[in-house]
Design a protein around this ligand. Structure first.
Ligand SMILES: [Zn+2]
Length: 312
């Protein structure tokens, strides 16, 4: 597994140990970052007697796609999407009792390509699967904004960071951009020249200053003052989009010590950085949910307000 995957798998293992697995997961991130592999690994975790070893016969059966209780549907190559028929027949399949005992898992790879009506037809199914066995749904998406908010809000979200963010940071730095600016820009664009331009823009500088000050807030009193002082920036959706992407990146960093992209800002961090991994995970899932709201043009002021009230 690549490092970001191991971090995610570790979190899932912890959830399993504490009997806190969700009944629905949403894995999102670019192509080739291991989302599908992780979906099968999660299925292994439900069945394996060795903590999701990925190598015992049970795990092998699952990983090879041969387990009776693990159903996978992917994008139909002719239609280039997940069709409503596929989703309906999956539900039909799950309404029948399985021949094999144990939890049941369905993986929908490409949920973001399904029409809104196809996605919405899943809502009831996610909440109350039609059979008795414990059922876990795993949704995979490249683009979170293609997933209807009603599904997003029902799922435990996991972002799979693109493997080459680090490489991009190096390439931007080579163009005489400060390292921290390069890190921040690498979260906003894949294009190196665009990143070089971006860091010189006023909006970027304002958003950066805002982000750094946010990290150093210690208590509610400071948070309220900060909110008032930055009222106009908080209403700027594009600046707040930057802010949330960075915040997501920072959490990924904190949860995955191998990455360390945001190292330079660590000593500023107060509230956001919790020593308690469970608390950190809770904050992270809050930040992920809010950042996906931002993609839906929900008022940035409301989203930021929610962040502040829940964090402080
Ligand atoms: Zn195993």
């Amino acid at each position: 597994m690549i490092s970001s995957q191991s971090a995610i798998f570790e979190i899932l293992k912890q959830n399993k140990k504490k009997d806190r697995l969700s009944h629905a997961y949403l894995f999102y991130g670019e192509e080739g970052v291991g989302k599908k592999e992780m979906a099968y690994a999660l299925a292994c975790l439900l069945y394996c007697e060795h903590d999701g070893c990925l190598s015992c016969p049970t795990c092998q059966t699952i990983l090879n796609g041969n387990h009776m209780n693990v159903e996978y549907i992917g994008i139909e190559s002719t239609k280039k999407l997940i069709s409503k028929e596929q989703i309906l027949s999956l539900q039909e399949e799950f309404s029948k009792t399985s021949l094999v005992e144990g939890p049941r898992v369905y993986i929908v790879d490409g949920i973001d390509t399904a029409s809104s009506s196809a996605q919405n037809s899943l809502l009831k199914f996610i909440e109350e699967p039609t059979n008795q066995a414990m059922t876990v749904g795993i949704f995979i998406a490249k683009d979170l904004s293609g997933v209807v908010p009603t599904i997003v809000s029902r799922c435990a979200l996991f972002h799979f960071p693109s493997i080459d963010t680090k490489l991009r940071v190096e390439m931007i730095t080579e163009r005489n951009v400060l390292r921290l600016d390069a890190v921040l820009a690498a979260f906003l664009t894949n294009d190196i020249s665009e990143a070089e331009q971006l860091v010189q823009g006023l909006e970027f500088m304002q958003a950066k200053e805002f982000f750094l000050k946010f990290l150093s807030l210690k208590n509610e009193k400071e948070a309220v003052l900060f909110y008032l002082q930055n009222a106009s920036l908080i209403q700027n959706a594009s600046a707040m989009n930057m802010f949330f992407r960075w915040l997501v990146g920072l959490y990924e960093d904190l949860l995955n010590p191998e990455e360390l992209l945001f190292q330079e800002v660590y000593d500023r961090i107060k509230i956001v950085h919790s020593e308690n991994p469970e608390e950190l995970m809770k904050q992270f899932s809050l930040v992920l949910k809010l950042s996906s709201k931002m993609e839906y043009n929900v008022s940035s002021k409301n989203v930021f307000h929610e962040l502040m009230t829940k964090l402080f």
